[in-house]
Design a protein. Sequence first.
Length: 230
Amino acid sequence: MTYGEDPRQGYIEGHTFYHPGLRFKLDLPSGWQAQNTPEALAAVSPQQDALFQLTAPGRGTPDEAAKQFFGQEGIKSADVSSSPVNGNAAVSGLFEAQTEQGAVQGVVAFVKYGDLTYRLLGYTPAGKLQAYDKTFRSSIASFAELKDKARLEVTPYQVDLVKVDREMTVTEFNKQHPSTIPVERVAVVNGLDTPEVRIPAGTMFKRIIGGQGAAVAQKKAAPADTTAGK
């Protein structure tokens, strides 16, 4: 039985978004609140006055996608150019648009990767683009192929049931039967408040194995001189 969302459909670690299924990665603005849904990946600034978004890809070319976007009523374009993003064909430019919340300014790029074209877009209220332009462009420029084998082969977390052979705390159980999620979450998964709660002998207790947390757990367990990615 799986636990949580399937990381192969995309997951965020630190401020980087990884999509093993589509084999790409993207750095989001550091410190921004991010959320991944089937429709879009979005990150909002701490001041909630700017948004960066990666939307579900389409099959048109970057040129076609850009013409469709800039051709919308109420949108004004500027500095539109065709410059590759990490070797991938792309079209990008500045835009201004009128929305129900008022005028906005932003940067948008359409990047061809594999058979799909991705739209990466950042916008903020009119007059604030100068403060966020570099941030938006930095995230767009980070869009690249995911090559890390460990991340490409990541799997969902799995629930494993273990019969407790003697009374012990959740912390003691986790040392004997390690999970790849923090021990505090192991307690919650089992309906307990803290890792110091005692588990009666004979209880069927859940631990969580595998998943995107496996690499993190292995790194923590490794010798001090062992290095690992991110």
